[in-house]
Design a protein around this ligand. Structure first.
Ligand code: UDX
Length: 468
């Protein structure tokens, strides 16, 4: 199928390349000429495992092209909108400037029967507002949120754990279709005939959900749940999922705070409660908390939208989730100060990690860099190392010292602070090896990724988050 992807940032670039890799003919469109030039040469503008390979493959096959020219969207059957929705500069709400600009620029190139599929994370109600403009062009708007995790973006796009498509009129239009694809009801009666009978409504309009099902055919064939909803539900699924994940992390970090005043161990606590399948162990990693381009901004935008809707109190807990999260950064800084005898002035502190999480070079709202900057503010000589994110970090915080080589970075350090759990630091840095390089033997484990016993056995002062 011919597809266009408008916005070639993290989401759009991965989506375009992934769609080409499953056989579609894809044009990626962005206003940023430098980004388009790089992508056209097969260069990923950010670090993402597997992306360079599928970019190269798509470009070589002729199925994947990139351009700044919006007219290239003509002739595509589905137009994905994957532009950013950043936090507004003067508040918590999402800035929809790019979504509106993308839709306006696309309108002249839409043909009757086309589908516009929103992928950006937007405040609930955005699709309903956009729909009349798109319908006036004879096209149909659907909302198809993206759940990809950085570092696993290619895998999450090609082989997602669920597909959600919101359509105007929602389940009332497509409920039979939705049930047959999720295995409920209509058993065996789905397939081609059911699909084709639903492919066109009585008014002759194309059933947009069926077209999206074709776009994602390989995943659907593998049994990936394909959930058809109304537009508002699809928008909410995305923010609700991120709100839940953020809440789960802040819940365990709240338990870490209690553990810290009682001598309990939050990692054992997480293991024990995580065995309850209703709770689950994943996302119960206590530490310096969440960051990145999604969770922090999405919970804030959700709060702001709920306020606008007169339901601020329904998600008031998200403010607390945000505050718990930010307090953990203070705690990590305090641990370093305490471990160094009450002050860090002119002490050499090496911060292991700059990215907001491993397998990423993304430093947006990175708790790791926040800790580094605060230590610098207290007068420490801060050296930051990271396998991928140093260039981005240097641009954002040029006052810090950056050393790419891990061993060089820790040489003569008075204290180490693990803030991003790359394997280089978590698994591959042996305490006996570190002892030969550093000046002091103090390590603060901001991700609870290390074995305290192994470090203590080498004579190190080990301090974790919510661990005795
Ligand atoms: C997140 C969602 O997971 C994804 O579904 C959505 O599409 C975008 O937002 P991402 O931002 O890539 O993805 O990162 P994720 O792996 O969710 O981690 C977010 C942050 O939480 C990271 O800073 C990570 O270090 C932190 N985290 C994660 C914890 O502090 N503890 C945990 O147990 C898990």
């Amino acid at each position: 199928m011919r597809l266009s992807v408008i916005g070639c940032g993290y989401l759009g670039a991965v989506h375009a390349a992934a769609m080409a890799s499953i056989g579609h003919e894809v044009v990626g469109i962005d206003v940023d000429a430098r980004k388009i030039e790089a992508l056209s040469k097969g260069e990923a503008p950010f670090f993402e495992p597997g992306l360079p390979e599928i970019l190269a493959e798509g470009i070589a096959s002729g199925r994947l092209t990139f351009t700044t020219d919006m007219s290239a969207a003509s002739g595509a059957k589905v137009h994905f909108i994957g532009v950013g929705t950043p936090q507004q500069k003067d508040g918590y709400a999402a800035d929809l400037t790019y979504v509106n600009a993308a839709v306006d620029a696309l309108l002249p190139y839409l043909s009757p029967g086309d589908i516009v599929a929103g992928k950006s994370t937007v405040p609930v109600g955005t699709a309903a507002e956009l729909a009349p403009r798109i319908e006036a062009a004879g096209a149909t708007l659907v909302w198809n949120p993206e759940f990809l995790r950085e570092g696993f973006a290619v895998q999450d796009t090609i082989d997602p754990d669920r597909l959600v498509v919101g359509v105007a009129g929602g389940v009332g239009v497509s409920s039979r279709f939705a049930r047959s694809t999720t295995g409920e009801g209509d058993a065996g009666g789905g397939g081609v005939s059911s699909r084709s009978s639903l492919a066109r409504s009585t008014t002759g309009e194309v059933d947009a959900a069926s077209v999206l099902r074709e776009v994602y055919a390989p995943a659907v064939a593998k049994g990936t749940p394909f959930i058809v909803t109304d537009l508002a539900t699809a928008e909410l699924v995305k923010v609700a999922a991120n709100a839940f994940l953020a809440t789960k992390i802040s819940f365990i970090n709240a338990m870490a705070e209690i553990a810290e005043v009682t001598g309990a161990d939050v990692t054992q606590l997480a293991d024990a409660i995580g065995h309850d399948v209703r709770i689950g162990r994943r996302f119960l990693g206590a530490g310096i908390g969440f960051g990145g381009g999604c969770l922090p901004k999405d919970i804030r935008a959700f709060s702001a939208r709920a306020e606008e809707l007169g339901r601020g109190e329904s998600v008031a807990f998200l403010r607390e989730v945000d505050e718990i999260n930010l307090r953990r950064r203070d705690r990590a800084v305090q641990l370093v100060v305490d471990a160094l005898g009450g002050q860090v002035f002119q002490k050499k502190v090496t911060v292991l990690g700059a990215a907001f999480k491993p397998y990423s070079d993304d430093i947006r709202d990175s708790p790791a860099l926040d800790v580094a900057v605060r230590l610098y503010g207290l007068g420490a000589q801060v050296t930051v190392t990271d396998p991928e994110a140093i260039d981005n970090a240097r641009r954002a915080h040029p006052q810090l010292t950056y050393v790419a080589d891990r061993d060089e970075a820790i040489r003569d350090a008075d204290a180490l602070v693990l803030v991003t759990e790359w394997d280089e630091y978590r698994r591959e840095l042996a305490p006996s090896h570190a002892s030969t390089l550093t000046a002091g033997r103090v390590i603060v484990d901001g991700r609870n990724g290390l074995d305290p016993a192994a470090w203590r056995a080498e004579g190190w002062t080990y301090l974790g988050m919510g661990r005795p």
